[in-house]
Design a protein around this ligand. Structure first.
Ligand code: G
Ligand code: G
Ligand code: MN
Ligand code: NA
Length: 247
């Protein structure tokens, strides 16, 4: 399969690069974290992950690719010299999440890069945790013990039960951007967003809205107490050199 071969070669030739998108605190407009987003630099062009991540998942190649993203993100965040340390959020695919010895591998990467676990955040999707809730609780608890922040990505479009949410030691919900898109005009998206913010806060979780593209969406989120926002309105994903204050 041609794409699979290209993916293997891309890994060997270090064609995978990591871009970063700011996560902004609504109360003061400051960036408090950055999400690491994988890109494939292929013949001078950047290929978006939705083109190749599904195949990388199927073939298991997402495990070494994901580890590359994690190591790069931790290394680049550890090199930061600014006064206010930011967190770095890395996406974990379901396949990585179920990997045996995941916790040991992550601990080793923190050790190797010198990044404090409190500065790392892992984003998992609902589909990663529905398979076996007991295993998920064990894995997540071990990650928390390393100081890592845990968030549920694309929240609201998966099929996690609210009961499993209660049992999992997570810190943050990321409202899926399909709901954010309707803020300001679509009644149902607004009601779902309000419900997620309110439920998240009642469970003691932080709530981040992703895919914020308009000031109307931002105003709605600010008015209703959403903690953090991420999206093209605030900042597009960019290569590391463009955002890390180095002095
Ligand atoms: O960056 P972009 O919007 O093109 O990302 C598209 C999808 O790819 C998103 O669902 C995002 O979560 C996913 N993605 C981006 N980077 C990574 C990564 O490093 N690992 C995994 N598993 N998924 C990623
Ligand atoms: O699923 P995940 O949240 O990890 O996906 C993040 C993806 O969303 C990234 O690929 C990023 O490029 C993309 N993205 C970031 N901001 C926006 C935005 O404001 N609008 C849209 N449509 N996509 C965005
Ligand atoms: Mn994400
Ligand atoms: Na998302």
């Amino acid at each position: 399969f041609a794409l699979e071969t290209s993916l293997r070669r891309a890994l060997e030739h270090e064609e995978f690069v990591v871009h970063y998108q700011a996560q902004i605190r609504v109360s003061d407009g400051r960036p408090v974290g950055y999400e690491a987003l994988l890109r494939w630099r292929r013949n001078e062009r950047l290929v978006a992950p939705d083109v190749f991540v599904p195949l990388a998942e199927e073939t298991g190649l997402i495990v070494p690719i994901g580890e590359h993203v994690l190591r790069t993100a931790c290394r680049e965040a550890a090199a930061q010299r600014s006064a206010e340390p930011f967190t770095i959020a890395v996406n974990l695919s379901p396949c990585q999440f179920r990997q045996r010895r995941l916790v040991e591998r992550i601990a080793a990467i923190l050790e190797e890069t010198g990044l404090d676990g409190h500065r790392l955040e892992l984003e998992i999707t609902e589909s990663a945790i529905t398979a076996s809730a007991d295993d998920a609780v064990r894995t997540l608890s071990a990650l928390k013990a390393l100081g890592i922040t845990l968030s549920i990505d694309d929240f609201g479009i998966g099929c996690s039960s609210l009961a499993s949410l209660k049992r999992l030691p997570i810190d943050k919900l990321k409202i899926d951007r399909s709901f954010v898109a309707g803020l300001g005009h679509a009644r149902d998206d607004q009601e779902i967003t309000l419900a997620i913010i309110s439920m998240g806060h009642n469970l003691g979780l932080q709530v981040l809205a992703e895919g914020v593209e308009t000031s109307e969406q931002l105003m709605f989120l600010r008015k209703h107490g959403c903690d953090l926002v991420q999206g093209f309105l605030l900042a597009a994903p960019s290569p590391v050199a463009e955002f890390i204050p180095s002095a």
